[in-house]
Design a protein around this ligand. Sequence first.
Ligand code: ADP
Ligand code: ASP
Ligand code: MG
Length: 411
Amino acid sequence: MAIIVQKYGGTSVGSLSRIEAVAANIIKTRQQGHQVVVVLSAMSGETNRLLDMAYALDKQPSNRELDMLLATGEQTSIALLAIALIQRGYSAVSLLAHQIGILTDNHFGRARIKSIDNKRLLQSLEQEQIVIVAGFQGVDIEKNITTLGRGGSDTSAVAIAVTLGASECQIFTDVDGIYTADPRVVPTAKKLDCISFDEMLVMASLGAKVLHNRSVEYAMQHNLPIRVLSSFSSGNGTQVVNQNNEEWLMKRQNISSVVHQQQEVMININKITSNIEIAAIFSTLAKESIEVDMINQSFYSAQDEDAAQLICLSFTIHKRDQHKVTTLLEKVTQTHPLLEINLVENIAKLSVIGVGVTSQVGLVFSTLAQKNITISLISSSEIQISVIINEIDLIEGLTALHNAFNLTLLT
Ligand code: ADP
Ligand code: ASP
Ligand code: MG
């Protein structure tokens, strides 16, 4: 009898009828003779609803209280699923993170799991209960409730699967696997049978929200395969595996996917006169733990001939930090009053991912140039090239890159 860990996302438990469908799926697994541990997200829309209420009261709500609030979403969904299973004659128990000792650090809103005490989980499994755990949440050493970041239930599920020695972690969602691009944006995207941890980690970090990036990181560290499946239809889904996996080795492509992300804003700062000002900007942001993504620095000549060469700095940050960053930069301009700061909101990041990307950089630029799509920022690594473009060009750019790299031909 194997222990199977299944995670169901927000859309999968988005209504009472969906909760009943999930209950039926769990019972099917149970009837195959497995012990089942289920990790749930909040019902779809619930986390956003809670966030909207908090932000209506305060533009910068307390991080601790936000986590306290957001963790309630998962409490509702786990209890409802347990009720549905018990009604069907199965023994089930719902458990919050602190009840199964999911210990995290104290970074509210983006906490990392440090350890899980599997005693309570094993005890409930021994009693033949279906165990339903609240995803996305943890507790720090001082017993404060923490959350793992948006999409973090995937990470809860992988961490629990590792703790229990499960042979894979099943992530049930609203698509039937991992695709060469977000299938909701690029309808010609193709489902992959398997993908490596490295590729998936880069995809998730660059915006493919089908898996939380830390879930992939954790699975990779512990060599635990993840399988992404649909909770709406049957099928084998996509397996995320290590690079020695024979199936992946046989099927791997130089370019595996194109990814987009709309959660960033770009900050342009003009009239910088020295590196000291740049250091002042970034150290102010770093003190508040603001993560900066893409950065570009360029020089230009001042119109006033007496002035030295000036620097223009552009970088991107996550939208959730926009208000905080604006306030911080206003403070910087009090000591550096000549700086000109503007914020560009409607941007999107496109990334091409694959082990062969470095030799194909030209194709990225020529493809976007043919579509008259302007690139504002660029970053690249061995396995990825990313560009910032105007949000309005997102679908055209993504589709063009997807076609240019022949991803529609994959089967
Ligand atoms: P859940 O609520 O189940 O956690 P998410 O919304 O977090 O689901 O993730 C599933 C979504 O991820 C899909 O609906 C899809 O739009 C999006 N997505 C983005 N990139 C990809 C991709 N490459 N393959 C599959 N889905 C993707
Ligand atoms: N409920 C959280 C969110 O909406 C966590 C999750 O769904 O994984 O992001
Ligand atoms: Mg998700």
